[in-house]
Design a protein around this ligand. Structure first.
Ligand code: SF4
Length: 363
């Protein structure tokens, strides 16, 4: 592999990036009102979720829980319901716990009028659900400290600018590798704009597959562009993909009642989902040989989470078993629920979308 210099001094990208960002940034609600609480909520929502998906959730959330105090005082059911559809529910549980801890500290302190937020990445990382990236993003973007926040967009942009072609084992390893480079580009007193700018460039211009190099404000500083390298291959990650197949069953009687799984594990506590094939076994034949005779496939969904490629198949029985209503008795996690109760419960990930499609023919 050729050796590429990663010297940053001849690639002063900070100022042109910030100038571009000030003129081209997207208007986002957490930018319009960049309080620490708003930034905290947006950082939790943006973990593994696209900006366009987050915006309506964020607006509703801030209406319902306008302050850290309001969030800390809400019940778990309220916060889960407000989060429904965003998935990865451990995020909202951790956000809720974080709000409670910050407010509890306030309650214990004397004569303090404002909530005391952590001040350094190290302090932020003491709170639930706050890892290295989020801690640095909050300290830099929300609190204007001269610190680089490194997410996937930043890794991609920096690896391309400096033509870093070594393969990384993981995103964490890549983040550690570019940390000093990222820090060296921060212009004095521009930490907030610089960190937002480089992430925005990654989201809008320096995209994973087809970067718009001709529109890039730092194209003249970018080695990959200047040397006509194949940017879609930068950064490189060693491939480690797992393939998983999940089969779910949907049992609905006369559009009036449905069998759902009410999980009690930490990860999905208080959240409902369509039962898995193995949740309804015994009385219901589930051997492969019977699948096509007894069930029709009503949905097949492919999705990816980190290095996992998941195919979920949803099967509906062609004829409901006679003892439909007694099925939950064999498994304490199963519940027979009237359809009219569906709006009042929290469903896991994409399950509400699947049910709406099945029950109400929603696209
Ligand atoms: S010139 Fe192209 S590859 Fe380089 S940073 Fe800009 S968009 Fe990315």
């Amino acid at each position: 592999m050729p050796f590429f210099s990663e010297n940053t001094t001849d690639r002063p990208i900070g100022h042109p990036l910030v100038d571009w960002f000030i003129k081209n940034r997207r208007i986002l609600p957490w930018r319009t009102n960049p309080s620490i609480y708003n930034r905290l909520v947006s950082e939790f929502m943006l973990q593994q979720t696209q900006v366009a998906t987050v915006v309506p959730y964020f607006k509703r959330w801030i209406e319902q829980f306008p302050s850290i105090e309001a969030l800390a005082g809400a019940s778990e059911e309220q916060v889960l319901k407000a989060w429904e559809g965003l998935g990865y529910y451990s995020r909202v549980r951790n956000l809720h716990k974080t709000a409670k801890k910050i407010v509890a500290q306030q309650t214990n302190s004397i004569n303090s009028k404002h909530f005391i937020f952590p001040k350094t990445p190290k302090e932020w990382k003491q709170l639930p659900g706050i890892g290295d990236y989020t801690a640095h993003a909050l300290a830099s973007i929300a609190q204007n400290q001269c610190i680089a926040a490194i997410d996937g967009n930043v890794i991609r942009v920096l690896c391309r600018i400096h033509a870093i072609q070594r393969p990384f084992e993981s995103k964490n390893q890549a983040a550690k590798y570019v940390k000093n480079i990222a820090h060296s580009h921060i212009p004095p007193d521009e930490s907030v704009n610089y960190n937002e700018a480089i992430m925005e460039l990654g989201a809008l211009i320096c995209k994973p597959q087809k970067p718009s190099c001709n529109r890039c404000p730092i194209g003249s500083h970018c080695r990959s562009f200047q040397e006509k390298l194949d940017c879609s291959q930068i950064p490189k990650f060693k491939k480690n993909t797992y393939i998983k197949k999940i089969i779910r069953r949907i049992f609905i009687r006369n559009e009036q009642s449905i069998i759902l799984k009410h999980t009690h594990t930490n990860r999905l506590h208080n959240i409902f989902e369509l039962p898995l094939c193995e949740d309804i076994s015994g009385k219901i034949p589930n051997q492969k040989i019977n699948e096509k005779i007894l069930y029709r496939e009503i949905a097949k969904i492919n999705r990816s989470i980190a290095h996992e490629r998941i195919t979920e198949i949803i099967l509906e029985p062609k004829h409901l078993p006679k003892d439909f209503e007694s099925l939950p008795k064999d498994n304490p996690e199963l519940m027979l629920l009237p359809i009219y109760e569906l709006p009042n419960i929290t469903l896991s990930g994409p399950h509400r979308k699947w049910l709406d499609k099945q029950l109400f023919a929603c696209p």
